[in-house]
Design a protein around this ligand. Structure first.
Ligand code: UDP
Length: 234
């Protein structure tokens, strides 16, 4: 197995399943099962979850609210998702810890790097909630930063599409998927992988990213086993 410790990024939107808002319990359970299969291979798993299914900072702005206020609301949304995911993982029989970038002692632990690493070494699944705890960032940036901090081998970005394409596959049927691509090429071709902050953090720290379709059953475990799933960016 190529990877020993992974950081899995899940978007909040994915948790909606077929709903328009909130958390779909079937989707959550499906994710828990996929994650369990990877855990059974002896892989250490950290997870960053988004909040887009509940609240996004930019939403606040367009509603006439203060942007920073909105960003904090978005961060709190990721904690709600993290708690839901934690429950689903525990129901599947896994040991977990939720660590937050904003202190909320009654709900979860604060993020402390050494502690997070220790949890992983003990086989616990660690969920990072509340982003990095600062406004003007995204959960993609959180995924890159936390992955670097805990020395993960790779960032796995679970999305709705099965990789990086020459063009948007939902709009252009001619688009083809890259199996491998370099950071440089992604940048030069203006392809969309993550926001620039997140992308640059990975590039500068030589941390590979794999973009893949998390909703296809078995994809996550196949990818870990080294099959050609998604797009590897190095
Ligand atoms: N957010 C933030 N700082 C962070 C992470 C997230 O301010 O470090 C806020 C931001 O407003 C963002 C929201 O939390 O819009 C939800 O996260 P994101 O949009 O990344 O979720 P996703 O698109 O993955 O569901």
């Amino acid at each position: 197995m190529e990877y020993k410790r992974i950081l899995l990024k899940l978007s909040g939107e994915a948790l909606m399943g077929n709903q328009q808002y909130g958390i779909d319990s079937d989707r959550l359970e499906q994710y828990a099962q996929e994650i369990k299969r990877v855990h059974e291979l002896g892989i250490e798993i950290a997870i960053v979850i988004g909040g887009g299914n509940i609240f996004r900072g930019v939403q606040a702005e367009s509603a006439g609210m203060d942007r920073v206020q909105g960003d904090y609301m978005g961060m709190l949304a990721t904690v709600i998702n993290g708690m839901a995911l934690q429950s689903a993982l525990e129901k599947a029989g896994l040991y977990t810890r939720l660590m937050s970038g904003i202190k909320m002692e009654q709900v979860c632990e604060p993020f402390i790097r050494r502690r997070a690493v220790r949890h992983l070494e003990k086989g616990r699944i660690v969920i990072f909630g509340a982003g990095i705890g600062n406004p003007y960032f995204t959960t993609d940036s959180t995924a890159s930063l936390r992955a670097i901090e805990i020395e993960a081998d790779v960032v796995l970005k679970g999305t709705r599409v099965d990789g990086v394409y020459t063009a948007d596959p939902e709009k252009n049927p001619e688009a083809t998927r890259f199996s491998n691509i370099s950071f440089q090429e992604v940048y030069q071709k203006g392809l969309q992988v993550m926001d620039m902050t997140a992308f640059t953090l990975c590039q500068e720290n030589k941390l590979p990213i794999i973009v893949f379709d998390m909703n296809k059953s078995g994809n996550l475990v196949d990818l870990i086993k080294g099959q050609d799933v998604g797009t590897l960016i190095t």
